[in-house]
Design a protein around this ligand. Structure first.
Ligand SMILES: [Zn+2]
Length: 446
């Protein structure tokens, strides 16, 4: 068994800063094997590799439960437009022009920027299928090359009004999704079905995605009620049924389901989600940026719906940090409810870490034996993490409310360092910048 022992100034364990402990990682599985005093671990695993994170504090890696990687390339384009206008002038205009190498570059750009912001797992809700499964493989390759843990939420899309590269018939979408699900099991990549939404996937497509999730006992992702227009459209087409009620009528609401956004669900629909064990992936900054509205997070919490966080695509946020989303969920909900207690920093941190693991059904987001060794090293010398007195009670509120990415110095995924001194380890940052430049030249030239 190959073991690495990682030590640091402190480890953030179960809500407290704990000193004089080290973490033994099984480098074969990427799992945390044991947490104990460094000396003890050194004796037990006497041929272990040693890694010293110096003055940093180790916290669990954050989980970005919703992103569209290719959208990083569209950041700054058609900003400040109404949703449908933004969609048509940004996504629909540029994404059909993307070549395979552009899809790869977009993913590499998104994944490496979020690694530098302390995300160790990302769920990429991916729907550019102009190259069939080769498109998916390009995203997977980018994740492998930079070392991030990937959940490919492979999108199933059959609304003909979208660019043709998004659209597949039900059988093709099922075949391609299923073969990827079978191919990627148990490693750094997991694939799950993601019928796009009620406005972009037919009932047959949604049911097919749900059945795949059932067959492989995996979660499935779907955008629900991001914009008010979807509620109106569903009501009009389905005898006044609201989106979640209609999905329930289709028989697809249960513990396999993770909805993205859920801005315009009413409280009864949220209760149904709680009763049936469904999950919410919440993207507060994106909902603000795209003027979607404000999800009723206290209602979801009261209904015991597990809530994870996502950055959403980087052209609709426009940052790509889960720590940022932790801050946003808390302060936005405080502003909405005029209740400072409605989402506290403990809740927000849990949503960005542990709950991401629950929602994606992965052993991540916690520093505990058996979980993956996905860590972020925080410098408490960074001004944004100060002050920090001996009792350390400011650590978590500072991490959630004041920390800037400059405090994120080191990141490891599956026990392997991917960011050191704030810089990428596996890939030269200059090379990524060069590739982004080439892709943008191509997109603007066509
Ligand atoms: Zn989305």
């Amino acid at each position: 068994m190959s073991i690495k022992i990682i030590k640091a100034a402190a480890i953030f364990l179960e809500g407290k800063l704990v000193k004089n402990l080290a973490i033994a990682v099984n480098m074969h599985t990427g799992n945390i094997e044991k947490i104990d005093a460094e000396e003890k671990l050194g004796k037990e695993y006497n041929d272990a590799l040693k890694e010293d994170w110096g003055g940093l504090v180790i916290v669990p890696g954050s989980i970005n439960a919703h992103n569209h990687s290719f959208q990083s390339l569209l950041r700054g384009i058609a900003a400040d437009r109404p949703f449908l206008e933004w969609r048509d002038n940004s996504l629909y205009k540029f994404s059909p022009r993307m070549r395979l190498q552009d899809i790869y570059t977009g993913a590499l750009f998104a994944f490496t920027e979020m690694l530098k912001c302390g995300a160790t797992t990302v769920a990429d809700f991916f729907y550019l299928h102009q190259f069939g499964s080769e498109s998916d493989e390009a995203v997977i390759q980018a994740a492998k090359d930079c070392g991030i843990r990937l959940v490919l939420a492979r999108t199933m899309y059959d609304w003909q009004g979208a660019p043709s590269g998004y659209v597949e018939d039900v059988q093709t979408a099922v075949n391609r999704t299923e073969s990827l699900m079978k191919k990627y099991t148990g490693g750094m990549v997991k694939v799950l079905p993601a019928p796009h939404s009620l406005h972009a996937a037919s009932p047959e497509m949604i049911k097919a995605g749900y059945h795949l999730a059932q067959k492989y006992n995996s979660p499935y992702h779907i955008h629900v009620a991001e914009e008010m227009f979807e509620v109106e459209q569903v009501k009009k087409e389905h005898n006044g049924m609201t989106p979640l009620r209609y999905l329930d009528y289709l028989g697809v609401v249960d513990a396999h389901m993770s909805i993205i956004h859920g801005v315009w669900l009413n409280e009864d629909e949220v209760k149904i989600m709680g009763q049936k064990g469904a999950h919410l992936i919440y993207c507060p900054s994106s909902n603000m940026f795209l003027a979607d509205g404000i999800t009723n997070i206290p209602a979801y919490m009261a209904a015991a719906v597990p809530i994870a966080l996502g950055s959403d695509g980087a052209c609709g946020n426009n940052r790509i940090s889960v720590f940022e989303e932790m801050r946003m969920v808390s302060i936005l909900q405080k502003a909405e409810t005029c209740n400072a207690l409605c989402v506290n920093f403990h809740d927000a941190f849990k949503m960005g870490t542990e709950n991401g693991g629950t929602v994606l059904d992965l052993p991540v987001g916690k520093i505990t034996v058996g979980c993956k060794a996905d860590f972020v090293g925080i410098s408490v010398q960074d001004f944004s993490m100060q002050p920090l007195t001996k009792k350390g009670q400011q650590f978590l509120p500072n991490l959630v409310y004041s920390m800037q990415p400059t405090a994120i110095k080191r990141v490891a995924v599956n026990g392997k360092t991917t960011v050191m001194q704030g810089k990428l380890v596996n890939i030269a940052e200059e090379r990524i910048l060069e590739e982004i430049g080439k892709t943008m030249e191509h997109l603007e030239a066509v």
